[in-house]
Unconditional design. Structure first.
Length: 381
């Protein structure tokens, strides 16, 4: 099966997996549905970005997919909206918080049981509840980053035992509730030139809402996710000497990366994933993010995820099977050959072949990408 952007689907193609709007209870279309023009237009209106399509020659992709994890994530999206709004609007949000803790624990357990494939492949579908979509997306991505950064997280929480320090449930909950202040008092977000008063206000509101219901680590993440690694950002620390990276909880640094990446994807839906990653890792934003967290982002969010259609420098079409953690543009791929099984090629080790297009669009040349995204051989001493 092949993962295609909605804009690239064509009439007559057949769904290989159900299309859900917000988890299983929000199913739109069943597997086996043959797509017509009306259905394609409906999917685009509803904010669905991707769909799995049957395609001969792509068998075996399922082995590399986090199916259980993304299903559990979509189940969380199904039920999170009402609870998040309850937390934002009530003086005693403990009941709703407990419900979300249970749901988040399920997500964390599923992620830990599928850590080999725990990467962002499909993204949470859009719709009329952008706040919930964003909250669940940041929760999911924060968890994926946390799985990759256990040693870093443990080193940043030296007063705790390793087991407690690397408990990822509070991190995932931090991602889910990071914008609770913005949900109480809706406001626009500008990634490039944020408004100081707006950003500070919703972070401080989050502290007021959450203080009695969640751990200090979760409160810190909600308060600090608009503070930058270099000490700038919002809200300004109450004590000037605290304006440094040492004052930022490691959860807030992880949530900040997840939040900015998902906002970028939402605000610029026409961008390819690699373009969004390039924006995040561009040297002009040096100082915004914890370098360790930023380095983990292209691993948690593969530029070329499993199931993606790419075109090779040979002119042949191929499907991505397994991402390469050390070489974002060098996954294991299989050529799609009509009537027979195509050859598998490791783009990280075969110097004769490279990817030139993704989903029908040209990929940026490696020399135009930040080092964290390009071929490491280009930067060898």
């Amino acid at each position: 099966m092949l993962l295609k952007l909605i804009r690239n689907l064509t009439v007559g193609e057949t769904l290989a997996h159900p299309v859900r709007r917000k988890g299983r209870r929000g199913m739109l279309l069943a597997a086996g549905t043959v797509l017509d023009l009306g259905t394609l237009e409906r999917l685009a209106r509803m904010g669905v970005r991707q769909a799995w399509i049957e395609r001969a020659g792509t068998e075996g992709v399922e082995e590399f997919l986090p199916v259980a994890l993304e299903t559990t994530r979509d189940d969380l999206a199904d039920r999170a909206g009402e609870s998040i709004r309850d937390i934002a609007s009530t003086r005693n949000p403990a009941v709703a918080v407990d419900a979300m803790k249970t749901a988040v624990n399920d997500l964390v357990e599923t992620a830990q049981n599928s850590s080999r494939t725990a990467r962002l492949v499909t993204e949470v579908a859009g719709g009329d509840d952008e706040s919930t979509r964003h909250a669940v997306s940041v929760c999911h991505l924060s968890l994926l980053l946390g799985l990759l950064l256990r040693d870093h997280v443990a080193s940043e929480r030296p007063r705790l035992s390793r087991i407690r320090a690397t408990d990822l449930a509070p991190l995932a909950l931090s991602g889910l509730l990071h914008d609770i202040g913005r949900i109480r008092v809706p406001c626009e977000e500008n990634l490039e030139t944020p408004d100081a008063a707006t950003e500070a206000a919703h972070c401080l509101d989050a502290r007021t809402i959450l203080t009695r219901s969640v751990s200090p680590a979760v409160v810190a993440a909600a308060m600090q996710h608009h503070r930058r690694f270099d000490g700038t950002g919002f809200p300004t620390p109450e004590r000037r000497q605290s304006a440094s990276r040492n004052d930022l909880h490691v959860f807030s640094r992880i949530v900040a990366v997840a939040d900015h990446f998902d906002r970028r994807r939402s605000l610029h839906p026409e961008e390819s994933r690699i373009e969004s990653l390039a924006w995040m890792t561009d040297p002009t934003r040096r100082g915004w993010f914890d370098p360790a967290v930023l380095a983990a982002l292209p691993v948690a969010v593969p530029a070329l995820p499993p199931g993606t259609s790419i075109r090779l420098s040979t002119g042949r079409e191929a499907v991505v099977l397994r991402p390469n953690e050390d070489h974002p543009l060098g996954p294991l791929v299989r050529e799609i050959r009509p009537g027979r099984t195509g050859a598998e090629i490791d783009l990280a080790t075969d110097p004769r072949v490279h990817a030139t297009h993704q989903d029908g669009r040209p990929l940026p040349p490696p020399t135009a990408l930040p080092e964290v995204l390009s071929d490491p051989r280009l930067h060898a001493a």
